[in-house]
Design a protein around this ligand. Structure first.
Ligand code: LLP
Length: 416
């Protein structure tokens, strides 16, 4: 890991001191490393080796155009879940023929646009959706490629909120139901059945749950082949989890992709992956400044200029995110601080009981914030969403300017 490291006593993003970026662009600020994003994507490509397949970056993890552009240039495909994400991919120069469309609630206009630009595949989540797509494609005189999202019902061993492959989730259809739904799909005139997909959860740190799910789905592939329905690809959903804490082992992306691909050996099946978090999480930090230090009783609070509106993962999932001092002090002592934001909610914290040596005005970096960070930010308490900066080597560029109050108010009006 050389992306965010200390040099001459201060934390850098690649070759640039984070303190300089804070001075130049203000805080709170999301800072991304293009090199780190490219390196992670390349790990997926290398893991795939010469096995036929496609790495479709999950746009939801970080949909900034500069991120999508960097990945498109390296040949990435994209996993989208909305018309908005599709338009972002197109605006960033992504290839629509490498797009897979996930999500439970696809609307007719979203289907129309996706068919119009010629996406690779629709990942179907229900029979209602299948029928709507057949209808829309028919009206356009097109045939839509589809995969059906099945629930392999494996325990992904992750947080319940981000575990998605179990029977009780809203996603996909039960694997036992799948043969019947596939036969239905195969009978529809404007549908071409090309694949099967699943998504068992996010922040999964081992390849075993993915391998188990793949085996269950391969049994389905064989059953369908016996009935004359021959699939071309298996899409195993999201990527691996990432290391959030020092001391945790960094999951090995290459080994993971190789392990899953090995299950498809000797079969004429493409492998599609939809990694999001593992491409961008450790390629980004959220820079924030200490506004005030205060004690309530013996509880020590560091009040920051970033809160749950900028970074909601700790509040929403009790996610543990590492926080580092940008310029650690040589004098003074450590205390256990709760790092809280400006929002009027008790749940507004970024970290609790962190041993840090803090002074007012200090800069802190919330680490591993490149995935599900800015994309989940809101204007709660009428706070402007932060700016985003991309770093490559010793260059930095604003890739999304800081919002202004005018941006926030412009969509609203008083009664006339
Ligand atoms: N494909 C599908 C169908 C998905 O639902 C997801 C994530 C992905 C791919 C990407 O998975 P990844 O490679 O990032 O694990 N906001 C939560 C994570 C929600 C993930 C939802 N689905 C968090 O901050 O932890």
């Amino acid at each position: 890991q050389t992306t965010f490291e200390y040099r001459q006593g201060q934390l850098h993003a690649e070759d640039l001191p984070l303190a300089d970026l804070a001075r130049q662009y203000g805080t709170p600020l999301y800072v991304y490393s293009q090199t780190a994003i490219e390196r992670q994507f390349d790990a997926y490509k290398e893991g795939l080796g010469d096995h036929p397949g496609l790495i479709c970056y999950a746009v939801k993890a970080n949909s900034n155009l500069a991120v999508l552009d960097a990945l498109a240039r390296r040949g990435a495909g994209f996993d989208i879940v909305s018309l908005g994400e599709l338009e972002r991919v197109l605006a960033a120069g992504g290839d629509p023929a490498k797009v897979v469309f996930s999500g439970v609630a696809k609307q007719a206009d979203e289907m129309r646009r996706a068919l119009d630009v010629g996406i690779h595949c629709f990942n179907i989540e229900s029979e209602g959706e299948l029928e709507r797509l057949n209808q829309v494609a028919g009206e356009m005189g097109r045939v839509a490629n589809i995969s059906i999202r099945v629930n392999p019902d494996v325990d992904a061993q992750t947080h319940p909120y981000i575990s998605t492959g179990l029977k009780q989730n809203k996603f996909g259809i039960a694997i036992e139901e799948a043969p019947r739904v596939y036969r239905h799909a195969a009978s529809l005139p404007h549908i071409a059945v090309v694949g099967v997909d699943f998504h068992i959860g996010s922040q999964i740190l081992k390849s075993e749950p993915f391998e188990d799910a793949t085996d269950r789905v391969l049994a389905l592939v064989d059953e369908l082949a016996d009935q004359g329905i021959r699939l071309k690809h298996v899409d195993i959903g999201g990527g691996l989890g990432v290391r959030y804490q020092e001391g945790e082992v960094e999951p090995d992306v290459r080994a993971y992709v190789r392990a899953v691909a090995a299950h498809l050996k000797q079969r004429n099946l493409e492998l599609i992956l939809e990694p999001g978090r593992s491409i961008v999480a450790n390629a980004g930090v959220l820079l924030t400044r200490v506004e005030y230090l205060k004690y309530n009783g013996d509880h020590a609070f560091a009040i920051l200029d970033a809160g749950m509106n900028d970074q909601i993962r700790p509040a929403l999932y009790q996610a543990w995110m590492d926080v580092q001092a940008v310029r650690p002090h040589e004098d003074g002592t450590e205390a256990a601080w709760d790092l809280v934001g400006p929002i009027c909610e008790t749940g507004d914290f970024l970290a609790k009981e962190r041993r840090l040596n803090l002074k007012p005005d200090d800069l802190l970096a919330v680490m591993s914030a490149g995935a599900y960070g800015f994309v989940m930010a809101s204007n709660y308490n009428s706070r402007n969403r932060p700016a985003e900066v991309m770093v490559a080597g010793n260059r930095s560029q604003v890739v999304r300017r800081r919002e202004t109050l005018d941006d926030q108010i412009t969509l609203e009006s008083r009664l006339s």
